[in-house]
Write a protein that binds this ligand. Structure first.
Ligand SMILES: Nc1ncnc2c1ncn2[C@@H]1O[C@H](COP(=O)(O)OP(=O)(O)OP(=O)(O)O)[C@@H](O)[C@H]1O
Ligand SMILES: [Mg+2]
Length: 342
C-alpha cells in the first residue's frame, strides 16, 4: 500500500462522551483509495445496518481524498454536516451561502440537489479531481427520488461540462428500501458495508472505560455495531434498556408480531427462513422498512463489499447466508415482543 494511505490523518470522532480517533476499517479505506486512483463508475451506493459506521467512514474518506488532491463536497442532512473543500474559493463561498440560506428555510432536500449542481459547476470551472460524498439524504429528498438523485450524479460522470481527471461519487444509505429503488437501474454500483469486524470492534471497545462486560459478550450482543456499543455503554450495559428502545423505535407492535408470529419465531432462530420462496413479501418488506434486517446479502467475496464481509453464516449473531438481522439486538427486540405475547 502507498505511503500516503498509511500515514493518513485519522479524524476525531465523538464517541460515548469521549473524543476518539477513527478506528481501523483498513479495507474500507483502501477501497476509497482505489476509487481515488481510478475514479468511480458508475456511482457507488453504500448501504448497511444502521449505526454500522458509514458516516464515520465517509468523513474519514473525505480526509483521505483531500490528501490525495481532491476537491471534496460532503453533505449529511441528518447530522447537519457540510464539508466543502474547493480550490475554487468563490464557488465554495457561494455554496456555503446557499447552504446557510436553505438551512434557514429548512429546505434540506434542496441542499442535497444543489450538491450535484455545485459539483457540476466546479468541474465546469476547472476542478479536475472532485469527490462528492452524500450521506443519508434519502429520507429528506424522498426515497422514491433516490434513483433520480443517483442518476443526477451519474450524469456528471457521463456528461461533464468539461474534461476532468477523476470523479469519486459515493452515496451512503441505511434505508433498505432505497437500495431496491436504486437497484432497478444500472446507474449505481450497490455495495454493502457490514458492522465492524471483530478486531476493529475490539479496538473501539478497549477505548471505553471500565468496568464493562467482557468483550466476547458485547461482541455477541452487538455483532460489531459501533452505535449499539455506544448505546449499551450509555445504558450502563443493561441490554434490556437498549432492546426496549429498539422495540419502540422500530414500532414492533403486538399486532405486527401476532400477525407474523409463526414466521418470526422461526426467523429469530434462523433469518434465512425469510428467504424461502413461500415467505410473504409483505413480511419481508415490513422488516426491511423498519431496518430490522438486511435482505439478500451479497456473496462473501470481499470484492462485493466495502470492508470485511460478515461471516458466511453465524446464527448466534443472527446472520444467515441470504438474510441477517441488522444486529443481534434487533433480533432480541423481536424476540422480546414474541415472548411478551405468547
Ligand atoms: N471506525 C470508527 N472508529 C471510531 N468510531 C466509529 C467508527 N465507526 C463508527 N464509529 C462511531 O460509531 C457511531 C455510529 O457510526 P456512524 O454514525 O458512522 O454509523 P452510520 O452507519 O452512519 O449510521 P446511520 O445508519 O444511522 O447513518 C458514531 O458515534 C461513530 O462516530
Ligand atoms: Mg450515517
Amino acid at each position: 500500500m502507498q505511503s500516503g494511505f498509511a500515514v493518513m490523518r485519522r479524524i476525531k470522532l465523538p464517541f460515548a462522551g469521549l473524543t476518539i480517533d477513527f478506528v481501523d476499517r483498513e479495507s474500507a479505506l483502501k477501497r476509497v483509495f482505489e476509487w481515488a486512483e481510478r475514479g468511480t463508475y458508475p456511482v457507488q451506493v453504500v448501504f448497511g445496518p444502521e449505526g454500522c459506521g458509514k458516516t464515520a467512514w465517509l468523513r474519514q474518506s473525505a480526509e483521505l481524498l483531500k490528501d490525495m488532491g481532491f476537491d471534496v463536497i460532503y453533505f449529511n442532512p441528518v447530522e447537519r454536516d457540510v464539508l466543502v473543500e474547493l480550490g475554487l474559493h468563490d464557488l465554495k463561498r457561494d455554496f456555503l451561502r446557499l447552504v446557510e440560506e436553505l438551512s434557514r428555510q429548512h429546505m434540506v432536500a434542496n441542499i442535497a440537489w444543489s450538491v450535484i449542481d455545485f459539483a457540476r459547476r466546479a468541474v465546469e470551472h476547472g476542478s479536475k479531481r472532485i469527490a462528492i460524498l452524500v450521506d443519508d439524504i434519502f429520507q429528506d429528498i424522498g426515497i422514491s427520488k433516490s434513483a433520480t438523485y443517483v442518476k443526477g450524479l451519474l450524469g456528471l460522470l457521463e456528461h461533464p461540462p468539461r474534461e476532468y481527471e477523476r470523479i469519486v461519487s459515493v452515496v451512503a444509505t441505511s434505508e433498505g428500501i432505497s437500495r431496491r429503488e436504486i437497484g432497478k437501474h444500472d446507474w449505481a454500483d450497490l455495495k454493502p458495508m457490514w458492522n465492524m469486524g471483530r478486531d476493529s470492534f475490539e479496538q473501539l471497545y478497549n477505548l471505553l472505560p471500565d468496568p464493562k462486560p467482557d468483550f466476547e459478550y458485547i461482541w455477541r450482543m452487538t455483532g460489531g455495531n459501533p452505535r449499539y456499543l455506544e448505546q449499551l455503554y450509555k445504558a450502563n450495559w443493561i441490554i434490556d434498556k437498549v432492546v426496549e428502545k429498539i422495540v419502540e423505535g422500530k414500532n414492533i407492535t403486538p399486532s405486527f408480531v401476532a400477525k407474523w408470529k409463526r414466521l418470526l419465531e422461526k426467523a429469530v432462530e434462523d433469518p434465512d427462513v425469510l428467504w424461502e420462496p413461500d415467505t410473504p413479501q409483505e413480511l419481508v418488506d415490513e422488516l426491511i422498512e423498519r431496518n430490522l434486517i438486511v435482505y439478500l446479502l451479497s456473496k462473501r467475496d470481499p470484492w462485493f463489499w466495502v470492508d470485511t464481509p460478515p461471516p458466511e453464516k453465524d446464527l448466534e449473531l443472527g446472520i444467515g447466508r441470504y438474510v441477517a438481522w441488522q444486529t443481534p439486538l434487533h433480533r432480541e427486540a423481536v424476540r422480546k415482543v414474541l415472548e411478551m405475547y405468547n
